[in-house]
Design a protein around this ligand. Structure first.
Ligand code: G6P
Length: 606
């Protein structure tokens, strides 16, 4: 989603800004722009790819201070005018902003009455005019930003530059910003990934902070007044630039990275002889695990689906009530927070605004949240303090794949750990741990021979709608399969618990309608078989994901088999053919697999 990169130092800013934007591209965006100061402020912005912006300014705009932005439209359509930076009417202030100004609609007419001419439909533009207004009244740049921010309601991660000033002012409220401090130069980014090639010394802005950034120096202030502490952190991990290697797309590369990523996630965390797992970062002793009355998991998108598998595993192995929540709904429903319950916030990016708000709501009401996160040092990881890193490595394709398998594995390991502290026997634990350790090799074997995926692609690529069905742990896998196909191939998809299909979606079935069924060899398989027959009776074409050698294959029109595992771990295998189905269908339909339209990798607005 929206990304920010800024530079102040001795080098030419434009090439650095372009490189910064390129590093933020994976988050998803629809337009981009830069503002560079060379005495006066020069702005270039454009809809489309960063490369198109770069070709618009082939010789660069001269200057050593600049800010830049990738925009993912919220308020106002995808137009050059709505792209950031926004500039004041006297061209003396420019701003890039992530987040949403909730009272922009009220402020706009007031500013217009004062003679301001708006050039875009965005909520962000009010900020630049408010800041310019206070500058006109004689305030300093810092005080103008402060006064403007006191007038607005909403969320922001923003950078402001001023004509004739050698500084960038940044502020944060709910939308991340990191300042990287180099030798005689400073960098600002909404994502530490864009900074690590320049410096490992960084300041993560906290909500309510304002920073005045100059070349190699930072002054920290509070929005409420006075100075703030300057906490310099060492950026821990540099994933570097993930390159495609032998793969044509990141999505395919990441699907194939799953065996190795899963090894990273489980390595050192399973205790084979004790039939147990140890997620040290949770900092929960067996005694504490015994006392937890309720586990509540939260996430969005793919992470939510991992939560849904995790909650079933926790209930099954630990016999403790567990629920999975749509994070975007959570805080708005005035949730009851039991301080003794355990909350787990699950997120690949660690930046999803909805998940972050849910975390804050829980903490505000006295609850404790642990993070289950991929990106080290991300906002959710830091907000939770304790938790589990899933160690997937960089995930660049918008459609999440290897993060799903690792989140699911992390939650299954947690369910074994809490299970062993409560009711799970050592033998059962040993069996689960043994099966879990075998999955990376099984994934490799499956990926080497994925079965008739292209036949399945043929069955779905022209469908009006594809129905995905599964029961138990396969119900979230069905949802994940539907999400993948919808995200990258733009085919309307429905996912239902298999039996619930009779209560609605069955009305959609016509001869030839593709139905994808996930039916591992578990205690629910025979029930699912009945649901398959109900679909077949209406002429549906069944694409069946099942375990090798299972006789349920006879129900399939297209049968795709995965290696055999214990039922609870089956999502780690059954999801992979669904990822491949989505990927290959998108290719057949000529879709931009890694950057699907309208979607963003990191959704930093609520
Ligand atoms: C976006 C991405 C999805 C992702 C979801 C949650 O919608 O496109 O792939 O599952 O956000 O993201 P998170 O980073 O919190 O896991």
């Amino acid at each position: 989603m929206c990304g920010i990169f800024g530079y102040v130092g001795n080098r030419q800013a434009t090439p650095l800004l372009m490189e910064g934007l390129r590093r933020l591209e994976y988050r998803g965006y629809d337009s981009s722009g830069v503002a560079v100061i060379n005495g006066q402020i020069e702005v270039a912005k454009k809809i489309g790819k960063v490369s198109e912006l770069a070709s618009m300014i082939p010789t660069g705009i001269e200057g050593n201070i600049g800010i830049s932005h990738t925009r993912w439209a919220t308020h106002g359509g995808v137009t050059d005018e709505n792209a950031h930076p926004h500039i004041s009417n006297q061209s003396n202030v420019a701003i890039v902003h992530n987040g949403i100004i909730e009272n922009a609609r009220q402020l706009r007419p007031r500013l217009e009455k004062q003679g301001v001419k708006f050039l875009s439909e965005t909520d962000s533009e009010v900020l630049v005019h408010l800041i310019a207004h206070y500058l006109d009244l004689g305030s300093t740049p810092l005080s103008s930003v402060r006064r403007a921010l006191h007038r607005v309601r909403g969320t922001w991660g923003l950078c402001v530059v001023f004509e004739g000033e050698d500084i960038i002012i940044c502020a944060r409220n709910g939308s991340p910003l990191v300042i990287g401090i180099g030798e005689g130069e400073s960098f600002i980014a909404s994502d530490q990934h864009a900074l690590t090639q320049y410096t490992d010394r960084a300041i993560f802005l906290e909500d309510g902070e304002i920073a005045v950034v100059s070349a190699g120096k930072v002054q920290m202030h509070l929005l409420s007044g006075g100075r703030a502490a300057q906490n310099i952190t060492t950026l821990e991990e540099d994933w570097g630039e993930a390159d495609l290697g032998e793969f044509p797309h990141f999505m395919l590369k990441e699907i194939h990275e799953q065996p190795e990523a899963l090894r990273q996630c489980i390595s050192g965390r399973t205790l084979s002889s004790e039939g147990n797992c140890k997620l040290g970062g949770l900092e929960l002793s067996s005694k504490e695990l015994q006392k937890i009355p309720h586990v509540r998991l939260l996430g969005c998108g793919t992470s939510l689906h991992a939560c849904q598998v995790g909650r079933l595993a926790i209930e099954k192995l630990a016999r403790v009530p567990a629920s999975a929540h749509v994070a975007s709904e959570f805080r708005h429903n005035d949730p009851i927070i039991d301080p003794k319950a355990l909350f787990l916030a699950v997120s690949q990016s660690g930046e999803t605004a909805d998940t972050l708000s849910a975390v804050k709501e829980i903490q505000l009401k006295g609850g404790k949240v642990r993070g289950v996160v991929n990106v080290v040092g991300s906002t959710i990881a830091r907000q939770c303090g304790r938790g589990v890193y899933i160690h997937s490595g960089p995930e660049q394709a918008v459609a999440s794949t290897k993060a799903f398998t690792n989140m699911t594995a992390a939650l299954v390991m947690f369910s074994i750990q809490i299970g062993r502290a409560r009711s799970l026997t050592r033998n059962r634990g040993r069996d689960l741990v043994k099966n879990l350790n075998a999955i990376p090799d099984q994934l490799e074997a499956y990926l080497a021979n994925p079965g008739p995926i292209m036949e399945a692609v043929k069955a779905v690529k022209e469908a009006k709608m594809v129905l995905f069905l599964g029961r138990g742990v396969s119900a979230p896998v069905a949802r994940e399969g539907a999400l993948k196909l919808m995200e990258v191939a733009y085919i309307p998809c429905l996912a239902y618990p298999a039996a619930e299909m009779k209560h609605g979606p069955i009305a959609l079935l016509e001869p030839g309608s593709p139905v994808v069924v996930i039916a591992p060899n578990d205690e629910l398989k025979e029930k699912t078989r009945s649901n398959i027959q109900e679909c077949r009776a209406r002429g549906a074409k069944i694409i069946l994901i099942h375990e090798e050698g299972d006789d349920i294959a006879e129900e399939a029109d297209i049968s795709i088999s995965v290696p055999i595992t214990t039922p609870l771990l089956s999502p780690l295998l059954t999801v992979v053919p669904l990822q491949l189905l989505a990927y290959n269908t998108a290719l057949e339909l000529d879709c931009d697999v890694d950057r699907p339209r309208n979607l963003a990798k990191s959704v930093t607005v609520e």
